[in-house]
Design a protein around this ligand. Structure first.
Ligand code: FAD
Length: 260
């Protein structure tokens, strides 16, 4: 079983700051971590390998400092890692990012399952995993909360808002995982030693045969017109009294506003 996990290095903060002139995220001066959902993706890949055998390869597209995230993946137990990094990728939107990652996966060659996180905590689009599946023309299942390999098929439980859905697809496929799927393991001392010694291989745009018209800012169809934090909502009002009084007060207010 060949498993590929796509991870993204993200700022370790929920307070993402935006450069108002370039409309891009300010990453400088903020410590980085592996996107939390991607740690779940690594964990699930390792569990499948432990049960069924095979190899787990972790990849990331990012600047040279993203090697740190890959080292952490090795420390957790990944067999192999690769960074895909090139100035030509600067300014990539999710379309170009998923194209570049798909090209990298083609370069790696054999794969049965590709794992991604549900979404990245900075970009938050949840588009990259499905984008990779489209570029590779393979089935995809999002929001996986339980994964069970059944021969050349995979049975996946999806976490939806009101119910869980069970679906089955043939391999190879792409899955995105939610945090409820597992508890990511802590890196072992042996893993950390291995990570320290590992030379991280880096693929350039030429190495993955990336078409310059599909990468970087110029290859990205998305244009961010403006990013802004919406003003905080005004304070609400608590209705008091008995249930009947609160309901009647609510109804008269809704009528006043012509909502009902
Ligand atoms: C016009 C434009 C320009 C941009 N320019 C830049 C830029 O210059 N530099 C920059 O860093 N970002 C840039 N971005 C943001 C960049 O497109 C997104 O961060 C990136 O495409 C991932 O999208 P996301 O964060 O929403 O990930 P999501 O789609 O929410 O991520 C889902 C999952 O996909 C996988 N994944 C996502 N990104 C990667 C990755 N890079 N490597 C491996 N796996 C991944 C992970 O498994 C992740 O959990 C730009 C965006 C736009 C729209």
């Amino acid at each position: 079983m060949d498993i590929i996990v796509c991870i993204k290095q993200v700022p370790d903060t929920t307070e993402v700051k935006i450069n108002p002139e370039t409309n891009t995220l300010i990453r400088e001066g903020v410590p980085s971590i592996i996107n939390p959902f991607d740690e779940n993706a690594i964990e699930e890949a390792l569990r499948l390998r432990e049960k069924h055998g095979g190899k787990v390869t972790v990849i990331t597209m990012g600047p040279p400092q993203a090697k740190e995230a890959l080292k952490q993946a090795i420390a957790m137990g990944a067999d192999d890692v690769a960074l895909v990094s090139d100035k030509a990728f600067a300014g990539s939107d999710t379309w170009a990012t998923s194209y570049t990652l798909a090209q990298t996966i083609k370069k790696i060659g054999r794969f049965d399952i590709i794992f991604c996180g549900k979404q990245a905590i900075d970009g938050d689009t949840a588009q990259v995993g499905p984008g990779i599946a489209e570029w590779l023309n393979i089935p995809q299942i999002t929001f996986a909360v339980k994964v069970e390999l059944q021969g050349d098929k995979i049975k996946v439980e999806r976490l939806l808002e009101e119910a869980n859905e069970v679906v089955e697809v043939p391999l190879p496929c792409m899955l995105t995982v939610v945090k409820q799927i597992n508890e990511p393991r802590v890196s072992s001392l042996k893993g950390m030693m291995k990570a320290k010694k590992t030379e991280i291989k880096t693929f350039s745009a030429a190495d993955v045969d990336a078409d310059p018209l599909k990468t970087g800012h110029n290859g990205s169809p998305t244009r961010v017109v403006k990013i802004f934090t919406p003003p905080p909502k005004g304070g609400g009002e608590m209705l008091c009294g008995s249930t009947e009084e609160m309901v009647s007060s609510l109804i008269s207010r809704l009528k006043e506003r012509k909502t009902i």
